[in-house]
Design a protein around this ligand. Structure first.
Ligand SMILES: NC(=O)c1ccc[n+]([C@@H]2O[C@H](COP(=O)([O-])OP(=O)(O)OC[C@H]3O[C@@H](n4cnc5c(N)ncnc54)[C@H](OP(=O)(O)O)[C@@H]3O)[C@@H](O)[C@H]2O)c1
Length: 278
């Protein structure tokens, strides 16, 4: 990922100083506008804006712990947890560093493209001062809040909870279909249609959850619950474990049991939120 970030900056004409603990790897990135250096202190000294992208937050802290960062802006694009981002912000504040946390919601090949999204949260000053530069890493990039943990919450929500679960559910579903003689081109065509519907549904869901208005004149939650429960039984009878479908049925049943069966499917939000008893 670091190489992709460097290429995007250098490609847009910015000078980048690169440090990697394995110096040969940094040397391999040498190019017009890219200068590899042997020590991290040297890299920081040459840069008003320090961008970190290592494996973990602990690696970032360990690498920068002895370095004088006072007066610098630090943007940390390493993946982590919301709690980790808060700890990182405290660590930076103790060193008089303006801290912006970033989450990369893209693969390396998409870095620098108009569709790539990097979410930033934390120091508004860094977001304002370096916003144009940071958007070079992805055209959809945004500063989304003052709390350092918000970027990681966005990542945890959209990538880990939604995208990863959705693609795993698709693999489960597609395996079931293809193993049972649904022709691949039929599966592809049906998938295209459903993805369009999913696009509309996610927009409606965000609005419904934000307002608490789960009313619908289309499909009731209980209709989904009955349908998916029947499908789950028949899929499982065929020997397929259908783990994600099982989890879906559990969520829908819980929402129905909580009295939301006549509302839209987004009323599941009411049983997603932490329950008073735990
Ligand atoms: N790849 C993706 O699709 C993707 C997408 C979104 C976010 N991210 C995030 O971006 C970060 C980097 O991912 P990556 O794919 O580039 O991983 P990677 O290829 O494993 O690179 C990790 C980098 O961290 C360095 N590093 C590891 N431990 C270190 C330590 N203790 N001290 C100093 N440097 C250390 C490594 O140095 P060496 O070269 O010396 O090993 C390497 O430069 C991760 O937090 C990842 O979750 C990646």
């Amino acid at each position: 990922m670091g190489a992709a970030l460097i290429r995007a900056f250098a490609g847009s004409g910015r000078d980048v100083t690169v440090w990697n603990r394995t110096h040969e790897r940094a040397l391999g990135l040498a190019a017009p506008h890219v200068e590899p250096v042997r020590s991290i202190g040297e890299a920081v000294a040459m840069s008003p804006l320090v961008l970190a992208c290592l494996s973990t937050y602990d690696d970032v802290r360990a690498s920068l712990d002895e370095i004088d960062l006072a007066g610098r802006a630090l943007v940390n694009l390493t993946s982590g947890t919301p709690r980790g981002a808060e700890e990182m912000a405290d660590w930076a504040a103790a060193r008089d560093v303006d801290y912006l946390d970033g989450a990369i919601l893209a693969f390396p090949d998409f870095i620098g493209s108009p569709d790539a999204l990097l979410a930033y949260s934390g120091s508004r000053r860094v977001g304002d001062t370096h916003g144009a530069l940071l958007r070079r890493l992805g055209g959809q990039s945004q500063w989304i809040g003052e709390r350092a943990d918000v970027a990681n919450i966005c990542d945890a929500s959209v990538i880990a909870s939604f995208y990863t679960t959705a693609i795993t559910a698709y693999v489960e579903a597609a395996t079931f279909a293809l193993d049972n003689d649904v022709p691949p081109d039929v599966l592809r065509a049906a998938t295209r249609v459903v993805l369009r519907t999913l696009g509309h549904s996610t927009k409606e869901a965000a609005a419904a959850i934000a307002t608490g208005d789960y009313s619908t004149d289309q499909a009731k939650l209980s209709t989904y619950a009955i349908g998916t429960r029947d499908v789950l039984q028949s899929v499982r009878r065929s020997g397929v474990p259908a783990r994600l479908l099982g989890a879906t049925v559990e969520s829908l049943d819980a929402a129905c049991a909580a009295g939301h069966g006549d509302e839209g499917i987004c009323a599941v939000a009411e049983v997603v939120r932490a329950q008073p008893d735990g």
